[in-house]
Design a protein around this ligand. Sequence first.
Ligand SMILES: Nc1ncnc2c1ncn2[C@@H]1O[C@H](COP(=O)(O)OP(=O)(O)O)[C@@H](O)[C@H]1O
Ligand SMILES: [Mg+2]
Length: 274
Amino acid sequence: MNSAKTPVLDTCLSVSYHNGKQVLSDVRLSIGHGEILGLVGESGSGKSTLALALFNLLDRSRARVTGQIQLNGRDLLNLPEKQMRRVRGSEIALVLQSAGTALNPVLRVGAHLKEAWLAHSNDASKWKQAAASLLERVCLPCDEEFFRRYPSQISVGQAQRLLIAMALLHRPSLLVADEPTSALDAITHAEILALIRELNRDLGLSVLLISHDLLSAASLCSRLAILREGQIVESGAPHRIFAAPEHPYTQRLIAALPPHPLAATLTPEVPIAA
Ligand SMILES: Nc1ncnc2c1ncn2[C@@H]1O[C@H](COP(=O)(O)OP(=O)(O)O)[C@@H](O)[C@H]1O
Ligand SMILES: [Mg+2]
């Protein structure tokens, strides 16, 4: 089953770690084709656990994972590891917070791209061709001088763009971005969010944006899900959540935000009584 009506991701997950701690409780998320869903929660709420669980990357001897992970109508949760390796990076891709540490310091930029290409292709000769259009899209150079550089010779913003290009080389239908901008300065942060928006618009890429930053997520996403202590307490369109937050936790989150012009753009104008 794989039609435009089938959500790209339809999941309901519970996770507890070996110490008995229940980290996620029936976290239900559904992402449509071309949709950006924001999962927002404070540190320790279970965001990265969810991201890793979606990729079957939690160590099953230390974490008990139950529920379902339907990706384009196929359940990933019980997929054997060999088949899961074919799915990771080709149908669903992950971008993490620290671009600096996600890249191998002794591998050149070109070698990173080639390695990402060879994860799902046997034809080594095609990596540059496959990378060229994506590098252009993420505004990175596509020349030998850039390919020869080491990660320490590119900026953090370029490193995050490179990771995004590597993640999208095999044109996955879903990108999971776990706090992709939290290690970046304000300008680079804004540029990476803009890039995710463009990739979503131009490639029809579905995105799960995981963030502790409610305003950034609200500026990018068509829907937000608010995670608190491993449970979704509220979800909906950003303008609705800002205008009329239902859950006391969401109300507190919004009340704690510093005054910001974006909040005003998300809140419908209240008519002033004559
Ligand atoms: N491998 C692990 N073993 C036991 N507890 C863990 C493990 N990884 C994370 N946790 C706990 O799970 C909770 C959620 O962590 P995490 O998913 O990293 O949250 P977030 O990404 O929202 O900051 C935290 O209390 C953390 O201490
Ligand atoms: Mg995290």
